[in-house]
Structure formats: structure tokens, C-alpha cells
Ligand binder design. Structure first.
Ligand code: FCX
Length: 432
């Protein structure tokens, strides 16, 4: 896979250089004050090959939508879900892999999956009250002792080989994340009763296994979960942070650790825990675990009146129901006949959009990925929702780290946009 990646991706180095030198003055967009004031939305400023987000159709990975991935990527059995190993290959190489390629990645990750003892020691040094994302990001950063990229840089390696060392770091890091995540899970919620990895299992199946959830259905869910959360083009907080920190030639452990801290924010990945927390709050206040649609509508109104966001709804780019939400709903429709929490999530899907739509200022009233994921995990017995963002993080690593390898292959520079005092924008607004 390394050779295949280099063969394909190295062809783009020339293209990048040509754009940089021959077309440097070409204007591709005008930036408005509105865009600056609303988080740089829609300003083209990043290069990301792994995936692209369309406001009306959702995410595609190298051109393939989520339904297409579920159909075309290799699986362990025909009725199951695609293996995230295949998605990683697709993001990196740009082609749908063969079954054999996917099994090779599984094996490769399995052999690279040993986590050094000091990483567990760092986790164990923290109180169990430390949030799982605090433990997860600290563990990732602690593993920077293993960075071959950092060692190569310090030994003066030529910059044209950076990508090669980055590739190995990234493969090692991805391989170890399930073990770290499961360790935090078992430490926090199962009194440190850890479960050893099973080298015969695939990457996501092993994660479910090490967490102590061994049924075939949970493993299927975990594979789907790891595929749909893996990437969402380059501008979201976790992807952009990883890329930005990497642009300083920080090693990928630092870059991903930083990205994970961005994912931990409530407007990003933490929303997947917030959704469940908010639904339990709602059930508690209403006094029923089967609230009616009228009761749900009242609670949504109350949430808005309290100046809070409705978690799991809205998006910075999307303007339709998130296809990642739909994929999870299809999974639930296929496997789950009756579940009060899932029913409530389905009812909220009917109730919330018209209310948010009527507010006026909310650009997208539709659900995002986080509106469904927690209810599915909860149904399968993964009820410790303060842990959910870690699962998002394990998956997100696939996309952002594949991009990091490409960043170093293309030789992307240190990122450095300009900032101005507020007065400068005020003067611009009044034409001075
Ligand atoms: N509930 C209430 N208000 C909302 C809202 C929601 N679900 N979504 C947006 N708004 C509000 C914003 O807070 C903002 O209010 P303000 O002008 O008073 O500051 C206004 O509507 C305009 O925001 P908008 O342009 O629609 O959205 P942004 O791009 O600024 O923000 C997020 C996008 C996703 C952050 C926003 O919709 C939100 O806070 N949603 C709830 C949290 C959530 O689900 N996050 C997960 C997103 C994602 F899928 C992920 O990263 O995992």
C-alpha cells in the first residue's frame, strides 16, 4: 500500500508545484466581511484530497458517497458493514481496494498495535474523573516518544522523504488507537479489568472486543461507525487543527492530539454525548421515557429560550439531513425493532427541524451525525456516554492522518493566514 500510495500520489506533486508557481496570481474567490465574522465559512484555503463535503448531498470520500461505500467497500461477510481498513486505503490511494488489500492492512495494523507501557502509565496517573477525551489526547501525545518522523527530522533527513517517515508514524498511530480507547473505557467503567486484543480480528471488531462488547451486531455497528465518522473534508475543527499543527512539522502524535482536543468541544464531537445527555434530561423533566411529540416540541422550545443549542442539529456546511445520520437510521431500522431511546430520536427528527427552521437565523435545521450515534451505541449496551467522543476520535484519525501523509508528500508549507484588529474590518466596511 505504501508503494501504491506513492505511485499515485507522487504524480500530484508536480501539479501542486505548477499551481504554486505558474498560477499563483489567479484569483479563486473574494472574501467578504461576513465570511470572516462567521468562522471563515466558504473561504477556499485548504487542500484536502481524502473527502469533499457538499451542502446538499453530504460527504463523499474520493468521490464515493456513504451509500456507495456501504455497497462497494470490502466486508467480512456480505450482510455486514464495510471495513474501515478499506476506507483508509481509498482515502490514501484513491481507489476502491480489493479484499486482499483490506486484509493486508488489518494484519499490518495488528502487528503495529503494541502500545508502550509508559502510555498506559500516563493514563493511569490521571484521576478517573479526568474526562475520557483528556485521557485519550494525553495518551496520544505521550506516544510521541515513538515518532520516527521526529527522529528522522532531527537527524537531518532530506525533506523529500518526510512523507515516508510520516507514513510509518501514521500507520503505527492508527494501529494503536483502539487499544488506547478500549483501555480508557475499561479503566473508567469496568474497574480496570482490561481485555487483551485478539490479533485475528479486524481493527474495528477488535475495538468492540477490547471494550467487552463481542456480539457480531456490535462489531458491525463499530465498523459502520468507524467508516462514517472518518473524515468530513479539511475545514472542520479536528481536521483543520491536525493539519495546522502538522504544518509546523510537528510529529503526527502532537498533531492528532491537538485535533482531538478540538473534537472534544461541544459544537463538534462532544455533541454526540450532549445529545444523549440532553435526551435524558428531557425524559427526566417530562417524567417519561416515551415522551410524546408535543412534549418534545415544548422541550425544544424551552432549550432555545434558555439560549442553548439543540445538540445533534445544525451544521456549518450541510443544508440537508446528514447522510451519516441516514446510514445509522438505516442500521437501526434493519436490526432494532423496539427501543424507547431510538424511538425518541426518530420522533425528534420529525419535531426539531420545523422548529429550528422557524427561528430564522439557523442555517440548517436538519440533524447531523451526532443526533443518532449515541442512541445506537446505548442500545447495544455501550451506555457510558461520556466516552462517546473517544470513539468519534478513533475514527476521525483515519481521515486526518491520511491527509497528513499527503501534506508532507506534497510539501505543503507552514500555515499562516493574516489577522487584523477589529478596527481594520470596521474601516474596510466603511470604505476607508
Ligand atoms: N440549536 C440552536 N441554535 C442553533 C443550532 C441548534 N442546533 N444550530 C445553529 N444555531 C444558532 C447558532 O448558535 C447561531 O446563533 P448566534 O447567531 O446567536 O450565535 C445561529 O444559529 C447561526 O448559526 P449557523 O450559521 O446555523 O451555524 P454555525 O455554522 O455557526 O454552527 C453548529 C454550526 C454545528 C456548531 C451549530 O449548528 C450547532 O451548535 N449545533 C448543535 C451542536 C452540534 O450538533 N454540533 C455537532 C456538529 C457536527 F456534526 C460535528 O462536528 O460533529
Amino acid at each position: 500500500i505504501k508503494n501504491r500510495f506513492y505511485e499515485k500520489a507522487s504524480k500530484c506533486i508536480g501539479e501542486y508545484q505548477k499551481l504554486k508557481t505558474e498560477h499563483a496570481d489567479k484569483v479563486i474567490a473574494n472574501v467578504t466581511i461576513g465570511q470572516v465574522m462567521t468562522g471563515m465559512k466558504g473561504v477556499p484555503s485548504l487542500i484536502t484530497d481524502t473527502s469533499k463535503l457538499d451542502a446538499n448531498t453530504g460527504i463523499t470520500f474520493r468521490g464515493y458517497s456513504i451509500p456507495e461505500l456501504r455497497e462497494k467497500l470490502p466486508r467480512l461477510d456480505p450482510a455486514g458493514e464495510p471495513l474501515p481498513e478499506g476506507l483508509y486505503y481509498l482515502m490514501l490511494v484513491g481507489e476502491i481496494p480489493e479484499q486482499e488489500d483490506v486484509f493486508n492492512i488489518s494484519k499490518d495494523w495488528s502487528t503495529r498495535s503494541h502500545v508502550p507501557q509508559h502510555v498506559f502509565d500516563v493514563i493511569d496517573a490521571m484521576p478517573k474523573s479526568a474526562r475520557p477525551m483528556t485521557q485519550f489526547s494525553a495518551a496520544i501525545v505521550a506516544m510521541a516518544t515513538e515518532s520516527v518522523f521526529q527522529k528522522a527530522y532531527r537527524s537531518g533527513v532530506n525533506k523529500k522523504y518526510y512523507w515516508d517517515f510520516m507514513y510509518d508514524d501514521v500507520m503505527n498511530l492508527i494501529a494503536r488507537l483502539p487499544r488506547i480507547a478500549a483501555y480508557i473505557y475499561r479503566r473508567n467503567y469496568f474497574k480496570d479489568k482490561h481485555i487483551e486484543p485478539d490479533p485475528r480480528l479486524d481493527w474495528a471488531g477488535n475495538l468492540a472486543h477490547m471494550m467487552g462488547h463481542d456480539s457480531d451486531e456490535v462489531k458491525r455497528l463499530m465498523r459502520l461507525y468507524m467508516v462514517i465518522h472518518a473524515d468530513h473534508e479539511g475545514g472542520n475543527v479536528s481536521a483543520h487543527t491536525t493539519h495546522l499543527v502538522g504544518s509546523a512539522l510537528s510529529n503526527p502524535y502532537y498533531a492528532l492530539g491537538a485535533g482531538m482536543l478540538g473534537l472534544a468541544g461541544p459544537l463538534h464531537g462532544y455533541a454526540n454525548q450532549d445529545v444523549i445527555n440532553w435526551i435524558f434530561e428531557l425524559m427526566n423533566e417530562i417524567g417519561s421515557d416515551e415522551p410524546t411529540k408535543e412534549q418534545l416540541a415544548d422541550y425544544v422550545q424551552k432549550t432555545l429560550e434558555a439560549g442553548r443549542v439543540v445538540p445533534g442539529y445544525g451544521h456549518a456546511v450541510l443544508r440537508v439531513t446528514d447522510p451519516r445520520f441516514t446510514a445509522q437510521k438505516e442500521f437501526a431500522d434493519k436490526y432494532i425493532t423496539h427501543d424507547k431511546l431510538i424511538n425518541t430520536v426518530n420522533n425528534l427528527y420529525e419535531v426539531v427541524p420545523p422548529i429550528l427552521g422557524s427561528v430564522g437565523k439557523i442555517s440548517n435545521p436538519w440533524p447531523n451525525v451526532d443526533a443518532y450515534s449515541g442512541a445506537l451505541l446505548y442500545h447495544y449496551g455501550i451506555k457510558e456516554y461520556s466516552f462517546y467522543t473517544v470513539l468519534f476520535g478513533v475514527s476521525r484519525a483515519l481521515g486526518v492522518l491520511a491527509s497528513l501523509v499527503m501534506d508532507r508528500l506534497y510539501g505543503l508549507p507552514i500555515e499562516r493566514p493574516s489577522s487584523y484588529p477589529l478596527k481594520w474590518y470596521r474601516d474596510k466596511a466603511s470604505g476607508e
